[in-house]
Structures are given as C-alpha cells and as structure tokens.
Design a binder for this molecule. Sequence first.
Ligand code: AMP
Ligand code: MN
Ligand code: MN
Ligand code: MN
Length: 286
Amino acid sequence: MRSVIDLHLHSSASDGKLAPRDLVTHAASQGVRIMALTDHDTTSGLEEARASALEHRVDLVAGVEVSASWRGRSIHVLGLCIDPTAALLQAGLARTRALRNQRAQAIAARLTRRGLPGTDLLESAAASTEVITRTHFAHALVEHGIVPDASEAYARWLGQGRPGHVSANFCPLGEVVEWIRACGGAPVIAHPLRYQLSAGARRSLLAEFKAAGGEAIEVVTGGQSTTQVEAATGFALRAGLAASAGSDFHDPAIPWNPPGRLANLPPSLQPVWMRPGFPRGAAGIP
Ligand code: AMP
Ligand code: MN
Ligand code: MN
Ligand code: MN
C-alpha cells in the first residue's frame, strides 16, 4: 500500500540511520508527500530536514517522539505540528535527554555486572548522539561482537526482563502532553499495541491521556497486520480519540517498516491531520 502521508520517522538526530536531509530524500523517493520528522526527545534534525523538504517539495511536519512515564512504564508520545522554538517544550526535552543519559549509565552498570564491557559499550553508544537510546546500545553490542545482530541484542540483553533492561523514570505523561499542547502541537500516543498493558490499564491510559489534552492514537504503524489495525481502531473509537499513521522508520536495512507504505485509516476514524496546523494538502487524504 502506498501512502503519501507518513507521520513518524527517525533520523540520525536520534536513533535513525539516515541524516535528516537523506531521510527526506529517501521518503520522497518512496512517494511520501507529507512527512513528520519525529526523533526521540530532540528537534535538532528539523532545520536540516526543512531545507531538504523544500528541495523535494515534501511538506514537513515538525514533530518529536517524547519518552514519558505512566504507572512506571515508558510511553512514547508523538508531538505533531509543534513549535520547536517553544521554551517549555525545549526545557522538557532537555530534562528527558538528561534522564536518558542517567538511564544509559544504569544500563552500562548492569551490563558490567554481567561481565560485559559496560564502559566501552556506553562510550560507543554515546559516541554519535545526544540522545542515547537502546538502539545505540544494540548497535554497540553488535560492534563489540557480543551479539550477531540488533534483534538478538534486545532478545538477550536490552528487552523487558533482560539483564540490561532499566525502567526509565521519564517525566509524567500529563506533563509531556502539556509541553506539546502549549506550543500548538497535537499529542499522539505512538504504537499503542507495543506497550504490554491489560485492557483495563490501556483504557485508563487512554482516558488519562485524553483528559490531559491528548488528541490521537497512532492507529496505523509500520509492520502491522490488519487485525492489529482493527484492534487499534477499536481503542481510538472507544476512547474518542483521533487517529494517526506513521511508519516508525529508522533504517533502510530494516525491511518491515519502510516509509510511505501504510494502510489508509479506516473511514470510521477522524484523521489527526484534519486538525489545524497540518499542511493544507493533508485534508484530502483518507
Ligand atoms: P528506548 O526509547 O531507549 O527505550 O529505545 C527504544 C527504541 O529502541 C525504539 O524506538 C526502537 O528504535 C528500538 N527498539 C526497542 N525494542 C526493539 C526491538 N525489539 N527490535 C528493534 N528495535 C527495538
Ligand atoms: Mn527508535
Ligand atoms: Mn517509539
Ligand atoms: Mn519511533
């Protein structure tokens, strides 16, 4: 399925493989006309992406994917159509990056306790970024020959319940929603099926998110089955939230979530891109 809109992509400003300008070039080559750059906890790639978007006649939506905490879990909240110059947002993102750095040190300490070269791994993970994610640790584990590939890094070391997993203490969900709203952005719960939540907990999450000013759920994300889209559609309808669509693209070598290959939203849903702030051309997209 070709989609001209894709509202969740990562560049090398966080844990994506491509530099912002190359990400825009790649997305444009895949037929994307409206894209959001949504790096983890930073907006530092937006300026470069903006210049490239002008060249390729792509409408760039200013975005970010913020790590938030809710009941001791990490929840990712996309901010779409944000104002990256907003002081409250930037202060919040700086705090979040500091919490990420603390978590990275805790991850390294845990890996050291298990006999791995934690200090070297942290150094590799931190070498090329101001936002240290588990993706950077996964790549460091591969580079040091500790695992054969990144998926093994999560399965063996970094995933939930594995020895290097550290539950991060990010800022509360309600605060994160406020940073995004205060600068005119739309808060969107990213990849709602990726949090291991009971049905009751998920209802509470979505109700609290909406009460705080949350606007949408990412109903269509990369690599989803039809059944998963249906499940997420049910969440949005029951919670009374609008819907978004984004690949969560990170790397051209990862085949399952390329840019611009998303299913249309089911017609029962309100697309978040009908909201003010999105490029005018978005209004006609199903
Ligand atoms: P973090 O926000 O630091 O916990 O890292 C989350 C990032 O790690 C996600 O955005 C993905 O890019 C990546 N990630 C987490 N789990 C996996 C997995 N099982 N396979 C591939 N990438 C993963
Ligand atoms: Mn990521
Ligand atoms: Mn995410
Ligand atoms: Mn993402």
